[in-house]
Design a protein around this ligand. Sequence first.
Ligand SMILES: NC(=O)c1ccc[n+]([C@@H]2O[C@H](COP(=O)([O-])OP(=O)(O)OC[C@H]3O[C@@H](n4cnc5c(N)ncnc54)[C@H](O)[C@@H]3O)[C@@H](O)[C@H]2O)c1
Ligand SMILES: CC(=O)N[C@H]1[C@@H](OP(=O)(O)OP(=O)(O)OC[C@H]2O[C@@H](n3ccc(=O)[nH]c3=O)[C@H](O)[C@@H]2O)O[C@H](CO)[C@H](O)[C@@H]1O
Length: 351
Amino acid sequence: MAPPTVLVTGGAGYIGSHTVLEMLNAGYNVICVDNLCNAYSGGASKLPEALSRVQEITGKKIHFYRVDITDREQVRSVFQEHKIDMVAHFAALKAVGESCRIPLQYYHNNMTGTNVLLEAMADNNVFKFVYSSSATVYGEPQFLPVTEEHPTGNCTSPYGKTKYFTEEILKDLCKSDKRWAVVSLRYFNPVGAHISGRIGEDPNGEPNNLMPYIAQVAVGRRPKLSVYGSDFPTKDGTGVRDYIHIVDLAEGHVKALDKLRNIAETGFFAYNLGTGVGCSVLELVHAFERASGQKVTYELVDRRAGDVATCYADAKLAEQALGWKATRGIDKMCEDTWRWQSQNPNGYAQK
Ligand SMILES: NC(=O)c1ccc[n+]([C@@H]2O[C@H](COP(=O)([O-])OP(=O)(O)OC[C@H]3O[C@@H](n4cnc5c(N)ncnc54)[C@H](O)[C@@H]3O)[C@@H](O)[C@H]2O)c1
Ligand SMILES: CC(=O)N[C@H]1[C@@H](OP(=O)(O)OP(=O)(O)OC[C@H]2O[C@@H](n3ccc(=O)[nH]c3=O)[C@H](O)[C@@H]2O)O[C@H](CO)[C@H](O)[C@@H]1O
């Protein structure tokens, strides 16, 4: 029997490219769509640079289409071109601060895009869906570690609300039509890079997130890191998060696809993808200095609007239901990030 074909939206992005790599290694066929609004196009070659390197690493072929998922005709054409068995949906805008400045663009891109995709799936009898959700749907945690039973919806940004609203749409869809089987993966803080150092996180412009900012300071692209807040009720006053290695995260997606592939069970399932370990900003800075041998200059500044003090996962349900558990620790996350950043000081732009 032919291996299943997975349509991956946003496959040229940070998490998408790492997950495509693990899907190919697990024997899935992969079709990628991406509008490259936040991915390096790689110039003349048909494939975006990140996917070209994934092909190089795996020796496997990727079908790529430059498609905007808000464009109904473009999306439909992909379903007409290929027999698709499942969809893994990464495509979204994801900068928390930017979403507060341009909420309508976020609601259009993330919500309309997802609805167009879901309609095309239903029209083509495709009902197996893995969704990129986020711990941000939990808002300020009311208890720790955060379990999947924690209330959702108290989001601190339009970005977070697009994740929460989409989960609610998916729950209603599953209630209305028993053919839908949906796994919503709530990522905590994905960081790191594939061990090859050939693919990694390459944000456009100034990084919003901590790890890429630290890496760019270490490699000399930025003068110093601003540490947002040193008066939180945490071990050293700085924000505490659950950093999870991108390859652990990618492997979690393969487990979710395996579950959807093999089960007769349908409905909506949400799982936390985290390590269960909290790590502060300063702990991450010091771990990165040890891994890279580079000094990371930083300055303690005021808190960033919308930041919670502490957030880390209870990931037991994913272990029970998916047979998945994160295995890589903070030092490995820093080592692998440094290998990527030091080999690609300017990200994908530099061959
Ligand atoms: N990185 C994180 O910390 C994090 C945490 C939780 C959830 N997520 C979610 O995971 C997913 C991937 O995140 P990432 O960090 O890889 O981001 P990313 O920006 O690297 O990847 C997203 C990809 O989607 C593409 N895209 C965006 N809008 C599109 C559209 N309308 N049509 C087609 N392609 C489009 C972008 O070009 C990009 O390649 C997102 O849904 C994000 O919200 C990310
Ligand atoms: C718990 C939670 O909701 N996590 C989500 C949130 O990540 P976070 O906002 O938790 O990720 P981040 O990397 O932006 O911040 C992590 C920590 O580093 C601090 N920091 C960050 C950058 C910097 O230059 N200096 C600094 O000090 C920040 O205050 C926080 O304490 O948003 C991400 C998208 O962006 C993802 O959706 C994450 O799932």
